[in-house]
Design a protein around this ligand. Structure first.
Ligand code: C2O
Length: 508
């Protein structure tokens, strides 16, 4: 294992990923930000300098941070945030993780404005078939507005069509930072590959709101990884990647030499009002056996060629079977959560529209409360809401935890657990009524969609000490309070050696 050093400068910048200029928040002037690529077991040292006007924190999605929970990068949970003008060094290893993931700002809605990047962990032990080339594709929705403004519209009446609680509808999307918007941009993210090879495409959705449906004209793909878990190969025609999820697909360049459209389509079923300008499908180009300026036929843009009949369908995420998967251990600790989204004051449709889990709506509060609580110290003044806004389940001994979740909201929610992967034991429509689980070889991942008006049981082995958040990864929903925490093995985390300067940042 080696140690890899990175310098990240988080700053404002003008960008135009889809041809429309806007103020963005970026790392090192890039959108998406720098890719971190390493081998399992490597140590990563990232010096993050904050040039934003607000505190920031960088989260390494999907990593376990075993023993380094304080480097998990969750503002108002595991750290108070890097104050404007200051820096912090994240220092951790890729303990046991192999596969595709990403990093992103985990403070306010900053990542919506561009603070995202790919994180690729190679491992010889990863049980995926061999391939000749490896490419990360970040597919995400995209907004022309600044996220802080959009969030205010989401909360309050008057800003967004239909009133509060209607998630801002994106203006389009990007593939690796390149999108199209009407006639504003005629460039496409494009790749020139070699013919008759097998490529691993790592599909990552670092977006804010909607799933992105990925396909490549005339080609099928084989799914071999989901959220850092190698899966039994499944051949598909397209893959829907929800916010924060990742899939690796193997692509064979075995069709006639030429250029083909790749497509990433926004899932409009999630939209609650019409944004007529929204670019619903983002295009890119994959070519092989031809010169690197060859473009596909524009006539096909709106008339995608159909696949031969009998071709496989899109991926069904509940079909995924981990390689070598088997039954999960039996639960020793069961928790129940009901989540809903509603007006803060149900009588008043002018009140804020918030998310509630077991009647608690998370608030990041001031920059100090959570970390001080984490240290077992009483929170400083200004955090009076600590008790009412923080839903924390404490697990004192290593346990096999079942989270039973009822989503009584009329929207889909991609839920993510920090510091762990969970088994998706069961799910279904309506509310949980004691249904049985099918424990043959359940999917194992870190982000799963719990559909509207549905329930699910997620199981994990709570053996990694620290404060770990569980939240909906739709930024609007997390900001509305759809987040709770597990406090795992507090007697161990009390011994963490948290750098003094991180604590000092709490009092700024
Ligand atoms: Cu992608 Cu709370 O994380």
């Amino acid at each position: 294992p080696t140690t890899r050093h990175y310098d990240f400068v988080v700053e404002e910048a003008i960008g135009a990923p889809d041809g429309v200029e806007k103020l963005m928040l970026v790392v090192n002037g890039q959108f998406p930000g720098p890719t971190i690529e390493a081998n399992a077991g490597d140590r990563i040292v990232v010096n993050v300098t904050n040039k934003l006007p607000n505190a920031t924190a960088i989260h390494w999605h999907g990593l376990y941070q075993n023993g380094t929970n304080y480097y998990d990068g969750t503002h108002a949970v595991t750290q108070c945030g890097i104050p404007p003008g200051e820096w912090m060094v994240y220092n951790f290893t890729f303990d046991g993780y192999a596969g595709s993931t990403w990093w992103h700002a985990h403070a306010d809605t900053q990542y919506t404005d561009g603070v995202v990047g790919a994180l690729i962990v190679h491992s010889r032990d990863e049980q995926v078939p061999s391939y000749d080339g490896d490419i990360a594709l970040q597919l995400s929705d995209y907004y022309h507005g600044l996220s802080a403004d959009l969030l205010e519209y989401y909360f309050t009446p008057g800003g967004i069509e239909g009133g509060p609680g209607n998630e801002p509808v994106p203006d389009g999307g990007t593939i690796n930072g390149v999108g199209q918007y009407g006639s504003h941009n005629s460039s496409f993210f494009n790749l020139t590959l070699e013919a008759n090879k097998t490529y691993r495409l790592r599909l990552i959705n670092p977006g804010t709101f909607v799933p992105m449906q990925f396909s490549l004209d005339n080609h099928l793909m084989t799914v071999v990884e989901a959220d850092g878990t190698a899966v039994e190969p499944v051949e598909v025609s397209s893959v829907s990647v929800a916010v924060a999820q990742r899939y690796s697909v193997l692509l064979k360049t075995d069709q006639p030499a030429g250029a083909y459209w790749m497509r990433a389509e926004l899932d409009s079923t999630q939209f609650t009002y019409d944004n007529p300008g929204c670019q619903m499908e983002i295009r890119g180009v994959i070519r092989y056996g031809v010169s690197d300026d060859t473009m596909p036929d524009v006539a096909l843009l709106n008339n995608p060629p159909s696949l031969p009949s009998g071709s496989p369908a899109e991926l069904d995420e509940s079909d995924l079977v981990p390689v070598g998967g088997g039954p999960a251990p039996e639960p020793t600790f069961t928790t129940y959560f009901a989540m809903s989204m509603q007006f803060e004051n149900p009588e008043d449709s002018n009140s804020r529209y918030l998310a509630f889990i077991n009647e608690t709506s998370w608030e990041p509060l001031n920059r100090t409360a959570s970390l001080f609580a984490h240290l077992g110290q009483s929170a400083p003044s200004g955090s009076a809401n600590y008790e009412v806004s923080q839903l924390i389940t404490t697990i004192n001994d290593i346990s096999v935890v079942d989270m039973i979740i009822d989503n009584v909201d009329d929207g889909d929610h991609p839920f993510h657990l920090h510091g762990y992967k969970f088994w998706v034991m069961a799910s279904g429509g309506g509310t949980y009524q004691g249904q049985a689980v099918n424990n043959t070889a359940p999917p194992l991942r870190d982000t799963v969609v719990i559909p509207a008006e549905s329930w699910a049981i997620l199981r994990f082995v709570a053996d990694n000490p620290g404060y770990w958040t569980f939240h909906c990864h739709i930024q609007w929903h997390m900001s509305a309070g759809l987040l709770f925490q597990f406090n795992v093995l507090p007697s161990k985390s009390a011994q963490f050696d948290i750098p003094q300067y991180m604590l000092d940042q709490c009092s700024r």
